[in-house]
Design a protein around this ligand. Structure first.
Ligand code: NAD
Length: 348
């Protein structure tokens, strides 16, 4: 079996469901169920006895050691993190707790467990760290996309704490021989994402006839990947990645924030026109830029494609349309998620 952390979050929730559907192997899912984690995402698993949700903190080393001892996983897939950049600017301490201290505690518990394994399971064991393109910092408009050799130069507290985890994982391999794998995924989108992140935020605000906030002039570029392509890449790296290696995961979908917001408005104009027939674009408002805002992320994904044969399957146009459809068909989810985000932002 495998131990997954943060499997009630956006990507982790997809990973858990797709893992059980494709691999069938049991997993234990350790998640603190912060505002960002919800068992709803896993609801369709029902009483599936291959999945066990344990509510707890990755920084709780006693709990983590007990889970490793009891379940004897062959791998750990580490998603759990605080992930919202704006919140990391308001309150970086909680990001240090989970993304740095939590990752450290997890690594130490895993190192102790792995060190005591018999030779065959010890050889087969893997620790997969789910990192992000944000650790690289920012590209200028004409610069080549990030390769895995690009320097790590994070510009905001979220990215800095993820980079700290990334560095520790590398060091635990170099120093102790822990068999680690690291992935740096690009901006992921799809169903069941909280509307603190750009795509569901724009859909929620559009449907509730609020303004569609765009930082600065909206020229910032992000590289988008559908969550199911991201999760398939993670399974691929876990299955056949080389120990100690880092793999970028990107789908080559660079898009400015303004173009993306306009594309979402176009989807909504087509699928769910405003009652007055006016295009949703009229709700766009430019707001003061985020401090430390990276101008451009772009991923060179050739390594994972050439070494492991993974390719993205979802086109951005179709994936975005399907995603807008999903939120339109799940208004209760979107409303509930918007209230969770508001409550978290208000410190409730
Ligand atoms: P998310 O915010 O949706 O989910 C995070 C999950 O971690 C939640 O279920 C939360 O309850 C859990 N968690 C938080 N603190 C915890 C703690 N101390 N102990 C246990 N569980 C805790 O995040 P996401 O968007 O699904 O991202 C998952 C991982 O993928 C993160 O590590 C993130 O850095 C990485 N990543 C995300 C993206 C993206 O675009 N969303 C892209 C690349 C990499």
């Amino acid at each position: 079996m495998v131990l997954v952390t943060g499997g009630a979050g956006f990507i982790g929730g997809h990973f858990v469901k797709e893992w059980l559907a494709h691999m069938g192997e049991p997993l234990v899912n350790l998640d603190k169920l912060t505002y960002a984690g919800t068992a709803f995402r896993l609801g369709e698993l029902g009483d599936d006895d291959r999945h066990q949700l344990v509510v707890g903190d990755i920084a709780d080393s006693v709990l983590v050691r007990q889970l490793l001892h009891t379940h004897q996983p062959r791998a750990v897939v580490h998603f759990a993190a605080q992930t919202h950049v704006d919140q990391s600017i308001q309150d970086p301490g909680v990001f240090v707790h989970t993304n740095v201290v939590g990752t450290y505690q997890l690594l130490e518990a895993v190192r102790e467990y792995w060190s005591a394994l018999a030779p065959v399971p010890k050889q087969a064991f893997r620790f997969l760290y789910v990192s992000t393109d944000e650790v690289y910092g920012s590209l200028t408009p004409g610069q080549a996309p990030f390769s895995e050799q690009h320097p790590v130069r994070p510009n905001n507290p979220y990215a800095a704490t993820k980079a700290a985890g990334d560095h520790m994982v590398r060091a635990w391999h170099s120093t102790y021989g822990l068999p680690v794998l690291t992935t740096r995924g690009s901006n992921s989108y799809g169903p069941c994402q909280l509307p603190e992140k750009l795509i569901p935020c724009i859909i929620w605000n559009a449907l509730s006839l609020q303004s569609l906030p765009i930082y600065g002039d909206g020229s910032q570029v992000r590289d988008w990947i559908h969550v199911s392509d991201h999760c398939r890449a993670l399974r691929c790296v876990l299955d056949s990645g080389s120990v100690g290696e880092t793999y970028n995961i990107g789908a080559g979908n660079e898009c400015s924030n303004l173009s993306l917001v306009v594309a979402i408005c176009e989807c909504l104009n087509h699928l769910h026109p405003r009652p007055d027939g006016v295009p949703y674009q009229v709700q766009i408002r430019f707001v003061a830029d985020r401090p430390g805002h990276d101008q451009r992320y772009g991923m060179d994904g050739r390594k994972i494609m050439q070494a492991l044969g993974w390719v993205p399957l979802e086109s951005f146009e179709q994936g975005l349309l399907d995603t807008v459809h999903w939120y339109l068909n799940n208004p209760e989810w979107l409303r509930g998620a918007a209230y969770r985000v508001q409550a978290a932002a208000a410190g409730a």
